[in-house]
Each structure stands twice: as C-alpha cells, then as structure tokens.
Design a protein around this ligand. Structure first.
Ligand SMILES: [Cu+2]
Length: 179
C-alpha cells in the first residue's frame, strides 16, 4: 500500500512538471543593416526632380557629378555604404535594413557582386548583373527598393552565405552568413 501511494505521488509529481502547453519559442532575434549616403540635395534634385534627395547630410554632401566621377575612376564614394559589410546571423533571425541616407537604395540578393542598372555608376569594365537588369521597370528589382527613412525586413534566409547589393550604387555590398 505504501509503495502504491508512493508511486501515485511520484506520478502526480511527474505530471505536474509536464507543461500544459507547448513551450513558448523565443521570439526571433533581429539584426540591422543601415544604408547610408551623402547625396547633395541641390545637385541631385536639379537633375532627378524635387524630393529625390532629402536634406540629411548636414554639410557632408557629395554633388551628383562627383558621385559619377568617383565611380568612373574606380574609387566610388565611401559615403554610400551598407553597414556592416559582413553580418553573421542565426537561421530565423530577422534582418532589418534601414535607409538612413537621403536617397533610395535597393537591397537586392545576388549570385555574385557586379554592376548595377545605371552604367555610369558601375566600376570601369563592370557589367550590369542579371539581378539588377532592367532597373525599376522590373518588379523583381523594384520590390527590393528601400525609400529614404524606411526599412525592409528580410526573413527566411537559408543557412549559408547570401550576397546583397544596391542595384543603383553597386559598391554598396553586404555579405550575410547564416548559421
Ligand atoms: Cu544605393
């Protein structure tokens, strides 16, 4: 009898530790990439239209013509950048990309880094890669656009290495390593 009672007790104790609902999974973690640029509102908007370049640089701006000159020389303006350049995340992490610059960018996954869809901004001898071809006339490219002050979330990245670049300013590049 005592043994029976004891086993009931043990059974009750065991049951009390069985969670009544499936264990809560940890919320997915976040990792952030920022897109930066220092576009000069005066020269950019004169050429590209009002409000294309927002006034965010506090004097540290690059004129439109200079951006093209530097790209053509193979020394693109370092003010146009994704930060960090390499990011390591666990599978399931949400990657947030925030445009903190004055103009739009794209965050486009590519097989191999290469030229964007504005030939004058590509490095010498660098051709437009297929993922950027057609520019914003192609939905596949347009949907990777990030507007000034907004962000996109990248989810569902498989394990392994993923490359992203801006199809407008193709020296803006990020390598994402998913573990
Ligand atoms: Cu860009």
């Amino acid at each position: 009898m005592r043994t029976l009672l004891a086993s009931f007790f043990v059974a009750a104790l065991t049951l009390s530790f069985v969670p009544s609902a499936p264990e809560q999974e940890n919320p997915p973690s976040l990792a952030q990439v920022v897109a930066l640029d220092e576009c000069d509102p005066v020269t950019f908007n004169a050429a590209l239209g009002p409000d294309f370049c927002h006034n965010v640089t506090l004097g540290a701006s690059t004129k439109l013509a200079d951006l093209f000159t530097k790209a053509a020389a193979g020394t693109p303006d370092p003010g146009w950048d994704f930060e960090p350049d390499t990011i390591k995340i666990k599978k399931g992490t949400i990657l947030t990309v925030v445009d903190q610059g004055g103009e739009p960018h794209t965050f486009t996954e590519v097989e191999k880094f290469g030229g964007g869809f504005i030939p004058g901004l590509n490095a010498p001898g660098e051709d437009t890669i297929s993922e950027c071809a057609g520019g914003f006339s192609k939905v596949a490219v347009a949907k990777t656009r990030i507007l000034q002050g907004s962000h996109v979330q990248i989810t569902g990245l498989s394990k392994g290495e993923h490359l992203f670049e801006c199809c407008i300013h193709p020296w803006m590049r990020v390598k994402v390593e998913v573990k």
